[in-house]
Design a protein around this ligand. Sequence first.
Ligand SMILES: [Zn+2]
Length: 167
Amino acid sequence: MTAHIEEASAQDLENAWMQEAILLATTSVANGGGPFGALVAKDGQVVATGNNRVTSTLDPVAHAEVTALRNACQELNTFSLEGCTLITSCEPCPMCLTSSLWARVDRLVFAADRHDAAIADFDDRRFYELFEKKPSSMWPMTIDRLDLPNRNAPFEAWLAKTDRVAY
Ligand SMILES: [Zn+2]
């Protein structure tokens, strides 16, 4: 019985967080940002929030999720968000999805999806399709490899550093 009540209140909390993310996203539009909002929560508390700031800060990677992850790391003074949940108003683009993996968040929750974003003229779905369906030769960006003999020097330096901080 108690577990059931706790489950219900956890769901209520998550719904409230998602409402906050949606409000952040909507407010972002009025403030000159993109229509995306996100927050990071840990142990039942909101740690940090973020909204899309691509055009307002001339930063193409200032997506809501990346902004929230950065703010949460500063707030918690760590580069690992293990134990955290990322709540985002829209399904993360491939960059934000990977950023969440790098940040080691435990869980990700989204509301709108890539198809909703596509209707609003955003490229999330298009980029997923590049990864999932198109060889890189068909991408709108050329990718080349320049294979130099010392290409592994940075990794050798890293592995030789005994006090390295793994991440
Ligand atoms: Zn993104």
